[in-house]
Design a protein. Structure first.
Length: 303
């Protein structure tokens, strides 16, 4: 009897392990560099794909350090989807470490990159020159979706119809969301369309939806803001009566909390730029994230 039980246990182990380790082998394995791209790939790929994100929810892609498990994940994928524009500085090394055989698609290809900040209120020049946070404009994400659709079709031609249909349905949702965001932000008076975030992640959002963002940290989070940068922000909050500051889920909140205390400006809440939240948070998907950000801005700046 005992031997029978042991055999049954071994059989379970044998059947259970490979399935857990390999996932559903019928699906196309796709690795996305960060959570927002993972969500876009999931929407376009539907149930034909199995998506893993290297930089997870609520995690900072700027500070990411890939592990050996990540290079195995890349090596086992049929497609790797990245943002590009210098966002994934760690990518080349990771792809090399994984054997370099997996096709890599740049989701932002074809968008018009925004130059790094040049005006004197923004303090850190991006080393690569371009602002990578292009997904903060829905117009750009339409291009991301088309690029992801085309890349999936290339590695899985049998899914062409499904990918086209999924992408089409998602683009319709993006159109509706863009109308909704413009409507929400239209309520903010012209002299209050200005706010502070931790790092310079909302340049494309600013250009698309006419809200100005200032930040003590630059396009990346890898450098401490200088005392001069912080002093300038404080001066502008006072002189321009900027009503509210916003924290980010991927950046330490303490600096902004200190600036708020010093200026008497309010913390308006949290905006999400570089990472989604978990399922219980306010930004579990890209659509939720953009809607949440617009609503929070309208609430805090609306007057
Ligand atoms: Zn960022």
């Amino acid at each position: 009897m005992r031997r029978l039980l042991i055999c049954a246990g071994l059989a379970l182990l044998c059947c259970g392990l490979p399935a857990a380790a390999q996932g559903d082998s019928a699906k196309i394995k796709v690795v996305a560099s960060f959570s927002i791209l993972g969500d876009l790939v999931r929407n376009v790929g539907g149930d034909r794909v199995e998506v893993a994100a290297l930089v997870g929810r609520n995690k900072d892609a700027h500070a990411f350090e890939p592990s050996p498990a990540d290079s195995q994940r890349v090596a086992g994928a049929r497609l790797v989807v990245v943002n590009g524009l210098g966002f994934e500085g760690w990518l080349d090394r990771l792809v090399r470490a994984s054997g370099g055989q997996v096709p890599v698609v740049v989701a932002s290809a074809g968008i018009r990159p925004r130059a790094g900040p040049v005006d004197e209120t923004r303090f850190h020049q991006d080393r690569a020159g371009a602002d990578p946070h292009a997904w903060q404009s829905i117009a750009n994400v339409r291009r991301y979706v088309a690029n992801i659709r085309d890349a999936l079709t290339k590695v899985d031609p049998a899914g062409k119809g499904a990918y086209a249909a999924n992408a089409g349905a998602y683009l319709t949702k993006l159109d509706a969301l863009e109308r909704e965001i413009k409507g929400a932000l239209a309520r903010i008076p012209a002299d209050r369309r200005r706010t502070i975030t931790s790092h310079d992640a909302f340049g494309y959002f600013a250009d698309a939806y006419a809200v100005e963002f200032l930040a003590p940290e630059g396009l990346s989070t890898d450098a401490e803001p200088s005392a001069l940068a912080v002093a300038r922000i404080i001066r502008r909050i006072r002189s321009e009566k900027i009503p509210a500051l916003f924290l980010e889920n991927t950046v330490d909140p303490r600096l902004l909390q200190q600036i708020a205390r010093e200026t008497g400006a309010r913390i308006g809440g949290k905006l999400y730029s570089d990472a989604l939240t978990g399922p219980d948070g306010p930004a579990p998907t890209y659509l939720d994230m953009m809607r949440h950000n617009a609503q929070e801005l309208a609430k805090a700046l609306g007057g």
